[in-house]
Write a protein that binds this ligand. Structure first.
Ligand code: CUA
Length: 336
């Protein structure tokens, strides 16, 4: 919208107009006071210049009212930055409940995207207009940072954990995405495009790429092949590990008395470093899977475990997670 102003990128998300409004307000306040102070300064320099060689200035008694005024007004202006900025910050960085999840794995020097329906992309992300897109991000090597100027979103992508950001695009088009954290030789080349499409075009795009299995199906296969099933079985009775249905986003009591929320980072940690947080009532017997699963496979396992928790997350086209009914597979239907 502000693309007629040089250096201001296009405004193409629900949050970008709000960010710009605050930005212009900050600029306006800055310009106003710069002009006011330099104007008054020049005026006083001329008005109160020394006119005779031995002129003695008139002494001034202080004014409490004046001092109060020039303390309270700047305080209120500074607080307006703070309150306005905080509101936008929370809108920008608190993840919405509903929305389409996309897994992002960064590596030197590319961006890998996986849709929950299975489509994978490199350096390009296709999304529909008017839907909240939640990016769940990690990296295989160093810190990167996913930055889409047109959406006014930017967040670090950190090894060893998941970080998130979200946006809702408002206009179809192609928008540049950048890596905004210096990450080595080809940092400047680590970019790509977000392609925003009308919903029908997006559905066509999705159905033109259906040959890949969904993240949760891939995760389910890993769950079988890595032998997770032997401890985290369909029902926890006699199971050596906690059952996985309904686990995602639930409160897990630990054997040290703490309670943690079983979010993406918790599940990830429990796969790589099982001894870190042991669920109450279970022994420290799980081996670490560090080095045995890639970041993408970890995300697939997380996606599978999520899919076992009813419909706490929305998937595009409302396809339910695929669960085959082998004897070892927990059934998600009974877990609500
Ligand atoms: Cu990745 Cu800079």
């Amino acid at each position: 919208m502000q693309s007629w102003i040089p250096f201001i990128p296009e405004s193409a998300s629900t949050i970008s107009g709000r960010v710009d409004a605050l930005y212009f307000y900050l600029c306006g306040v800055t310009i106003f006071f710069t002009l006011l102070i330099s104007g008054v300064l020049i005026f006083f320099v001329i008005r109160y210049r020394r006119r005779t060689p031995f002129e003695i200035p008139r002494p001034l008694a202080g004014s409490h009212r004046l001092e109060m005024m020039w303390s309270i007004i700047p305080f209120l202006i500074a607080m307006s930055f703070f309150v306005w900025g905080t509101k936008i910050y929370f809108a920008q960085y608190r993840m919405p409940r509903d929305g389409i999840e996309v897994y992002v794995v960064a590596k030197q020097w590319m961006w890998k995207f996986q849709h929950s329906t299975g489509q994978r992309e490199i350096n390009e992300l296709h999304v529909p207009i008017g839907r909240k897109i939640k990016l769940i991000m990690t990296t295989e090597d160093v810190i990167h940072d996913l930055f889409v100027p047109a959406f006014r979103i930017k967040a670090d992508v950190v090894p060893g954990r998941y970080t998130t950001e979200w946006f809702e695009a408002t206009k179809p088009g192609r928008y540049h995405l950048f890596c905004a954290e210096y990450c080595g030789m080809n940092h400047s080349g680590m970019g790509g495009w977000v392609v925003v499409m009308e919903p029908t075009d997006f559905d066509n795009w999705l159905s033109g790429n259906v040959n890949q299995q969904s993240a949760s199906t891939a995760g389910q296969q890993l769950y079988q092949s890595l032998g997770c099933v032997s401890c985290h079985g369909a029902n926890a009775e006699g199971g050596r590990g906690p059952a996985l249905q309904g686990l995602f986003n639930s409160q897990m009591p630990l054997n040290n008395g703490q309670v943690v929320k079983a979010d993406e980072n918790y599940i990830r940690e429990s796969i790589l470093n099982p001894q870190a947080k042991i669920v109450a009532g279970f022994g420290p017997i799980m081996p670490s899977f560090q080095g045995q699963v890639s970041e993408e496979q970890l995300m697939q396992l997380v996606a599978y475990i999520k899919s076992l928790s009813a419909n706490k997350t929305e998937t595009p086209n409302a396809k339910p997670p695929v669960t085959t009914r082998s004897s070892a597979t927990p059934e998600s239907s009974g877990s609500k």
